[in-house]
Design a protein around this ligand. Structure first.
Ligand code: BGC
Length: 413
């Protein structure tokens, strides 16, 4: 349950903030090599507008730790200036009455004209902008070390049916077939790509977005769990609790063949000076070529006592939406710009493919929100579903039982 009844507490303690300095305290979870480089660009631009950046980084991929810390901060009346919060959670924070309003900045900079309607709606609470979007990440990627596949004489799998044969060859040749980190959000990230690859976009939409009990309890979902189990055979014994960027490093240094992860992984390849198409390949996760699982990073802004806070928040939000920021940040982060009017000239082929597929799937179907990255359903629901997925991955449960548990977890409010 989200409802913390934060509003009263936060408002009562607003006076605790030091007045005066236009300090911008920003909570985020961008701590890996590529992420930190991207966050540094944001700091630079906020400071260039005459504000003081106060970093509030909370390590932990996927942001679960950051969300826990944020809640306790707000409850104790010390909300940061801005915090990385995404998807339906923006609405939940809005309902707590603690968010500041960005309508002035949005209007002055024509956000309604620059953002896709679906994105703008997520950033608004009761018709007012309370959040600013940063980027569009695609989740249904497979990161491949082509040299490893070549050495093993294996074909890169195009479907989940092709996967075991390829993985077997990699394993026989002494490689780790799948680079994975055993953390619940990483398990769920792989799982959602299997839902999409095995069942298709409509099945994904029905089961992961609409939470339709029929789809959740279907034989297709059982097949998804069977497939998911087959992935476990091909991860290494040290996977437990490994951070996602260390799993990406296994692809970079030729220890492993493939990783199923969103394109923040590309930020790691970029930071390591690796070239797509040569040192590594970005390919759709098996069977997901015609679909796009989106994950949009954004920042919400909190009401503050300091008189100069609204200007600092406006500077912050305007910086995030500026074409200069959208270009340099996303070049480092592995994502694509979220607003129109940003040149893609400096972006690599992975980003160009992503941008094209985002537009095409938005028009023609296949664009779906990532459940593992809090885009599809409230975090309380996706969290309960994630627990089922992780406990299945780490046990010998029958797929049939897991299907029933997943359908039950999807009812969590
Ligand atoms: C965020 C990304 C981040 C990734 C790994 C995702 O949920 O959207 O910005 O890089 O988690 O921490």
């Amino acid at each position: 349950m989200f409802k913390l009844k934060l509003a009263a507490i936060a408002v009562a303690t607003l006076g605790m903030h030091a007045a005066g300095a236009a300090e911008v305290e920003v909570l985020h979870w961008w701590t890996s090599g590529g992420e930190a480089k991207s966050a540094a660009e944001l700091k630079k631009m906020v400071e260039a507008r005459g504000n003081k950046w106060k970093d509030f980084a909370v390590a932990g991929g996927g942001g679960e730790n950051a969300m826990t810390v944020l809640k306790s901060r707000v409850v104790s009346g010390k909300a940061p200036t801005a915090a990385q919060v995404k998807g339906p959670s923006i609405q939940e924070w809005g309902a707590e009455g603690v968010l500041a309003n960005l309508d002035g900045t949005a209007k002055a900079n024509n956000w309604d004209g620059l953002l896709p309607g679906v994105v703008a709606n997520v950033m608004k609470y009761k018709g007012s902008y309370v959040a600013v979007p940063v980027n569009v990440h695609r989740v249904n990627w497979m990161w491949v070390n082509p040299e490893v596949f070549k050495k093993a004489g294996a074909e890169v799998p195009k479907t989940w049916a092709d996967f075991p044969a390829a993985a077997e060859k990699l394993q026989k040749a002494g490689f780790v077939p799948v680079a994975h980190g055993g953390q619940p959000w990483q398990d769920f990230t792989v799982f959602e790509s299997i839902v999409l690859g095995v069942g298709g976009a409509k099945f994904y939409e029905d089961s992961m977005v609409k939470l339709d009990p029929k789809a959740l309890s279907s034989p297709t979902m059982e097949k998804v769990f069977d497939t998911f189990r087959s992935v476990r055979k091909y991860i290494d014994k040290d996977a437990a609790n490994r951070d996602w960027n260390l799993a990406t490093a296994m692809i970079i240094n030729g220890k492993a063949g493939m990783q199923f992860m969103g394109d923040w992984a590309k930020g790691e390849f970029t930071a390591a000076g690796k070239v797509p198409g040569k040192d590594y390949l970005c390919l759709p996760a098996p069977g997901t070529e015609k679909s796009f699982t989106f994950n949009i990073d954004s920042f919400i802004v909190f009401k503050q006592q300091a008189a100069d806070a609204p200007k600092a928040q406006s500077d912050f939000a305007a910086a995030v939406m500026s074409p200069e920021f959208q270009e340099v940040f996303n070049l480092n982060k592995g994502s694509i710009p979220v607003r129109s009017g940003v040149s893609m000239a400096k972006f690599d082929d992975c980003a160009k493919t992503s941008a094209k597929d985002f537009t095409d799937t938005a028009k023609g179907g296949g664009l779906v929100p990532s459940i593992a990255h809090q885009m599809a359903v409230p975090a309380s629901t996706s969290g309960a579903m994630q627990d089922v997925v992780t406990s299945f991955f780490n046990s010998n449960q029958a797929s049939k039982d897991a299907v029933a548990k997943l359908a039950a977890a999807a009812k969590t409010k």
